[in-house]
Ligand binder design. Sequence first.
Ligand code: ADP
Ligand code: NA
Length: 331
Amino acid sequence: TPHPRVFSGIQPTGDLHLGNYLGAIMNWVKMQETHECIFCIVDMHAITMKHDPKSLARATRELTAGLIASGVDPDKAILFHQSAVPMHGQLTWILDCVARIGWLDRMTQFKDKSGADKEGASAGLYVYPVLMAADILGYKATHVPVGEDQKQHLELARDIAEKFNRDFGVDLFPIPEPFIQGAATRVMSLRDGTAKMSKSDPSEMSRINMLDDGDTIMRKFKKAKTDADALPSEVAGLAARPEAANLVNIHAALSGQTAADVLREFGGQGFGVFKPALGELAVEKLAPIAERFRELKGDKKTLDGILHRGAQQANAIAEPILQEAKRAVGF
Ligand code: ADP
Ligand code: NA
């Protein structure tokens, strides 16, 4: 059995929010303690859609700062940006010639992201899942944490790995498995309990940004949309109350408890009590992260040093694997 190795990526687009932290970054911080982890800021994925070249490098540095402030430790995990390691582009070409058009045509995210104008979408957006396959296979990663939206892309990476090994008669790429951990917290908008908290929501009140100050966090939780009933004493009582469920889940994730624990404490209380308590908990947990984030984000030299070292570590793993892949296809 291959040596277990986790690969995970995040795009340098938009400001980090509580959904990114509770849904993705907190898991990275946990995984780095138990697994060999390769964490990649996927700036090559970020140019598949219209982007601003003047701010891309800054966004990469800022995300690096946010990840480190949130607890990602470059001494425990490899942290780097994709465009700094040549393997990603080079292996993508080889894998483009392994993947089938029919496989890519079935990818639902391309259909969603390209919108009405399929003909006007970039070819990069279309082959994005092949770049993602190279990201994973180019490190012989065995485990990939994936949310619902990336499951289909991981399936494609598995199909590409199998076909490559079969076509070229090698046993080069391990077939990557989804990394299943406790149900990742899905954080919903504070203005609509049925929509995901997202950077693309036009309402600032819908999300907690990781750089929000304490007053802003308190105000956003106090103004969060809810019904007028008291909290139930058991989780079953949250079933038809998405806004209440979301606030309870956020409390649970931040305090490291279950929703049942939170309701044992707050069941029977109204939002007049629960919202300020949740706001104070969030400020207590997020203020130190925001402080470190603000300090680091302007420190270009430190951040570039961290990314440079990470790229060297990543390249040391990827380069020999790329050479094996090149030999397998006959280069
Ligand atoms: P956004 O949805 O704001 O555009 P991204 O798509 O850049 O965020 O997501 C970056 C990471 O954060 C992904 O792993 C994604 O699954 C996670 N994530 C984003 N929004 C949420 C959310 N509301 N709840 C849980 N996880 C989320
Ligand atoms: Na992820």
